[in-house]
Write a protein that binds this ligand. Structure first.
Ligand code: PBG
Length: 332
């Protein structure tokens, strides 16, 4: 079409529909609702521990008792789901803590589901927090390389141990190739045919994860994650990653980070039409916190605008550290 479509609407005057808040709401295309929010939480061992994370004001490493309180608060505000990350007491080169029957995440899941069966408990499945070297899979020490295929069995074992503890959704974030298939097969074999997988499908090697690595104590001790996470320059590759995960059995696909990757979110939603999650990652949260602490931006307005943009781009659900604030702002 050579003519802009608006050229055919000589009487169009957009301002007519912008005259009052009620009118604007009436024609609003996208909404953010509390039902769509997921709150990430960090759990560590101990009692009455609320260890602040410097780079993420308002976010804490919580012992299970405190975690239960935090989850209850979120649920009372209308937040339907939490995403759990564990910080184990000890780390090794097999990530034993990731799949231990009584590992920190497994304990936390049992406790949360026991206290409130209606709260959706999503577990992040990865090995980096449990590995002494901080990588997301097994490492060939001689060459310092992450071993893809040998890591799959450990990831699958981790996923099953989470499901056994009562996890509602399994969320693999490791980015090993073939892990969704391995996890799906192991869950099915364990009798968890109905446990959905939310895969971190398009996960970029991003500097926006900086604050998280302090929070989860999971920074790699050598090298980086570029060998398995995606290059920020690539979009087509993201579609292949998503296609692969869907083929392997993912029920929900995630794009991460969110704000700098809205184009990816939009293409993933259009191309596949699958339930799509956006992860507003630690760095996105910290930047807003820092600038608003300086009085340079309006925390609430910028947070709401960012999350709405993720919805507009195609996200069905949004994972955000600000979920409780947002729930309050939305007025339940
Ligand atoms: C684990 C994992 C990471 C995040 C979620 N799961 C860190 C990483 O890949 O380095 C980042 C989340 C955030 O920054 O908020 N692999």
């Amino acid at each position: 079409m050579s003519l802009h479509p608006l050229g055919q609407f000589p009487n169009y005057r957009p301002r007519r529909l912008r005259q009052s808040p009620a009118l604007r709401r009436l024609v609003q295309e996208t909404r953010l609702s509390v039902d769509q929010l997921v709150l990430p939480l960090f759990v560590r061992s101990g009692k009455k521990v609320r260890q602040a994370i410097d780079a993420m004001p308002g976010v804490f490493q919580l012992s299970p008792d405190e975690l239960a309180k935090e989850a209850a608060k979120a649920y009372a505000l209308g937040v339907p789901a939490v995403l759990l990350f564990g910080i184990p007491e000890t780390k090794d080169e097999k990530a034993s803590g990731a799949y231990a029957r009584n590992g920190i995440v497994q304990q936390a899941v049992r406790l949360l589901k026991n206290e409130n069966p209606s709260l959706l408990v999503i577990t992040d499945v990865c090995l980096c927090e449990y590995m002494s070297h901080g990588h997301c899979g097994l490492v060939d020490k001689k060459h310092g390389r992450v071993l893809n295929d040998p890591s799959l069995a450990l990831l699958a074992r981790t996923a099953v141990s989470h499901a056994e503890a009562g996890a509602d959704i399994i969320a693999p974030s490791d980015m090993m190739d073939g892990r969704v298939r391995a996890i799906r097969a192991a869950l099915d074999k364990g009798g968890f045919m109905d446990t959905p997988i939310m895969s971190y499908a398009a996960k970029y090697a991003s500097a926006f994860y900086g604050p998280f690595r302090e929070a989860a104590e999971s920074a790699p001790k050598f090298g980086d994650r570029r060998g398995y996470q995606m290059d920020a320059a690539n979009a087509e590759e993201a579609l292949r990653e998503v296609a692969m995960d869907i083929q392997e059995g993912a029920d929900i696909v995630m794009v991460k980070p969110a704000l700098a990757y809205l184009d990816i979110l939009s293409r993933v939603k259009r191309e596949f039409g699958f339930p799509t999650a956006a992860y507003a990652v630690s760095g996105e949260y910290s930047m807003i916190k820092a600038a608003s602490a300086k009085g340079w931006i309006d925390e609430r307005a910028v947070t709401m605008e960012s999350l709405l943009a993720m919805r507009r781009a195609g996200a069905d659900l949004v994972i955000t550290y600000a979920a409780m604030d947002v729930a309050k702002w939305l007025g339940k």
